[in-house]
Design a protein. Structure first.
Length: 126
């Protein structure tokens, strides 16, 4: 599946569905209303857009629609990461990690996880 173009608002709706699915429009509205000042109609519009983009699906149960994601969070994250690194760093990861290192935003745990990932990559690719 190619990377869908998802706005930040649509992402917020999708994030709710990744956390709890299937969910009715009312469930999504209730969840987002706790930290967003969006109207119910806005959220239902966002759900409709995500359906049209093929990112979420739905099934009708009695008088309500239950929505569920059609793309896994991990798959979307991988596509977004690849797109981000491609755009900003011409596909090279080193400048991204170097940026975090020079800004001192890498923790000791982050560095250890990166070392473990590199060691695993070396093991798998030698």
């Amino acid at each position: 599946m190619s990377k869908p173009d998802i706005s930040n608002a649509e992402f917020d709706v999708l994030d709710v569905l990744w956390e709890r699915n299937p969910a009715s429009a009312s469930d999504v509205v209730q969840t987002l209303s706790s930290h967003k000042e969006w109207h119910e109609k806005t959220i239902k519009t966002l759900l409709g857009r995500l359906v049209k983009k093929g990112v979420i699906g739905f099934e009708k149960q009695q008088r309500q629609y239950l929505y569920y994601p059609l793309i896994a969070r991990e798959d979307y994250a991988a596509q977004e990461t690849e797109s981000f690194v491609g755009k900003l760093f011409k596909g090279k990861i080193t400048p991204l990690v170097a940026g975090f290192a020079t800004q001192k935003t890498l923790s000791k745990d982050d560095v250890n996880e990166l070392k473990a990932l590199i060691a695993q990559w070396e093991e798998d690719n030698d």
